[in-house]
Design a protein. Structure first.
Lengths: 215, 288
């Protein structure tokens, strides 16, 4: 799922400076789970915007705004309200924001920052474990992805900068190389780690991605 | 005598580290380098160390080379992708720089441009291998080169990394990729160094163990809290704390330590972080 966090409210007001009427779109999937764009957050946002002098023309939580045809359909159903609006504020990830922007002609602003593709450990605990790099190398590392989980995406071992097993960049995050080592040691596959593994093929993950009928 | 040659001809090899200037003024760094000319076997020129932007090591290495030093150009993988790394390394070869030391580099978040995009396109081991291929006249993309450089290639290691077996795996990979010498993180006590010497017994490469004079008690505390796995012994921090001139005392402690370990290691790498002007005094005191 795509992990998001709501933007600072003052930043939202700055984006909408000079524009008065706002329609809010939320997301029934990821942003609901993240509590950044579900029914409750959309209602709270409506109230806050109204308190700050905006006219909220309406709101809707779309099941999954990234499903573009559904998003178009829902916005068509709300055409009367949308047409009266200068701004649509989308409480979803960047994919949702753009799906909305492609369906309408007015200003569309992101209400959230998209953080990462996250695993849900438990309620509101999210961890990034895959960065959709285009060519999966996890098989060489005991089922753990160093591309994503090492701050430097190192493929041949730790940088040596960790202190007490924690990453030099953030001492709240473990050095994933120690986890890779422990796991491969347990499964007697340290010999795999002893090989010099080749540089990443960054062309495999070139943006913007596109897959049509599997190609 | 070249840096490589020093390992064959000398009992004790000494390298020091001088960062390029934070700005365009090379005079203070060159002035220090002049004062130690002929007294050290190589001078490491750092590459935006700690992620803090400075002049490029290529230019400063060239200046050191011109004055008769053996520059050891550091190359880290944080700031440049595989194209930029290869082209700078070819440039170093053309300027007569014979030694390079390859490392990952600290993350930009720790430096003075924390908003920078971290590159890390390839890692230090892959880059060591790439340099060896450049020497064979082949680029990383497998293309034939018109002329090839020659280098004495080294790497770095952290003797205090735990689990040490993982650090050894990485060391072996660097050696397999073609690294010929290693400079280590600093040691502050003989006991740790003796243990390390035991751990690396039988490993067929050249080690220069790290030495850092400590500038002040503040630096001791910073190193203990943020950088080091093994703490600086308390007697050292107490000596520095009670000294009239903390920096001079720190330099004297480092010099005493060097004299004390000369018999058990092949050489040292001095990292006088921020107090490069004390290098001549340190070499005097250490009888180098």
């Amino acid at each position: 799922m795509i992990i998001t966090k709501q933007k600072n409210f003052d930043e939202l007001l700055r984006m909408m400076d000079g524009q008065r009427s706002v329609f809010i779109v939320g997301c029934g999937e990821c942003a609901t789970t993240c509590r950044t764009g579900g029914e409750k957050e959309v209602a709270e946002m409506s109230l806050k915007l109204a308190e700050n002098g905006k006219t909220v023309t309406g709101s809707v939580v779309i099941n999954a705004p990234c499903l573009e045809l559904d998003t178009r359909r829902v916005l068509r159903q709300n055409k009367n309200l949308v047409d009266k609006t200068e701004v649509i504020l989308v409480l979803a990830c960047g994919a949702g924001v753009q799906a909305v922007a492609e369906a309408v002609e007015c200003s569309v602003y992101p209400g959230c920052d998209s953080l990462f593709l996250g695993n849900v450990f438990r309620h509101l605990y999210f961890y990034e474990k895959c960065s959709t790099c285009g060519e999966c190398v996890i098989g060489s590392y005991g089922g753990i992805c160093p591309v994503t989980r090492c701050s430097k995406s190192l493929l041949n071992g730790p940088c040596g900068g960790s202190v007490k097993g924690m990453c030099e960049v953030d001492n709240k995050k473990e050095c994933i190389w120690i986890a890779i080592y422990d796991r491969m040691k347990k499964s007697n596959s340290l010999d795999k780690l002893a090989k010099v593994l080749p540089a990443k093929n960054h062309s495999a993950g070139t943006s913007p991605g596109r897959v049509i009928n599997g190609v | 005598m070249g840096f490589r040659e020093a390992f064959d001809k000398k009992d004790f090899v000494v390298t020091v580290e001088i960062p390029p200037p934070k700005g365009a003024n090379v005079v203070p760094g060159i002035d220090i380098a002049e004062k130690i000319l002929g007294r050290v076997d190589g001078v490491n020129v750092t590459d935006n160390q700690r992620g803090i932007m400075r002049m490029c090591p290529l230019a400063f290495s060239h200046l050191l080379k011109e004055m008769g030093h053996n520059p050891i150009m550091q190359v880290c993988t944080r700031d440049r992708n595989r194209l930029a790394l290869q082209s700078d390394i070819l440039g170093a070869g053309a300027l007569g720089i014979e030694n390079i030391c390859i490392m990952t580099g600290d993350h930009p978040k720790l430096g003075d441009h924390p908003d920078a995009k971290p590159v890390f396109d390839i890692d230090s081991i892959q880059l060591i291998k790439v340099v060896r291929e450049l020497e064979n006249g082949i680029s990383m993309a497998g293309k034939k080169l018109d002329g090839s450089p020659r280098f004495f290639v080294g790497g770095v290691m952290n003797p205090f990394f735990e689990p040490f077996e993982l650090e050894l795996i990485k060391l072996n990979k660097k050696m397999g990729a073609g690294a010929e010498f290693f400079q280590t993180q600093p040691f502050f006590d003989k006991e740790s160094l003796e243990r390390f010497v035991g751990q690396i017994k039988g490993i067929d490469t050249k080690f220069l163990v790290g030495i850092s004079p400590l500038k002040s008690v503040k630096m001791v505390n910073f190193m203990n809290e943020k950088v080091l796995t093994r703490k600086i012994p308390e007697n050292i921090s107490k000596r520095i704390e009670s000294a009239k001139d903390q920096t001079e005392e720190g330099v004297r402690i480092a010099a005493e330590f060097i004299k004390n370990i000369k018999d058990i290691v092949k050489g040292i790498h001095i990292m006088p972080i921020g107090i490069e002007q004390y290098l001549p005094y340190l070499l005097d005191e250490a009888e180098i």
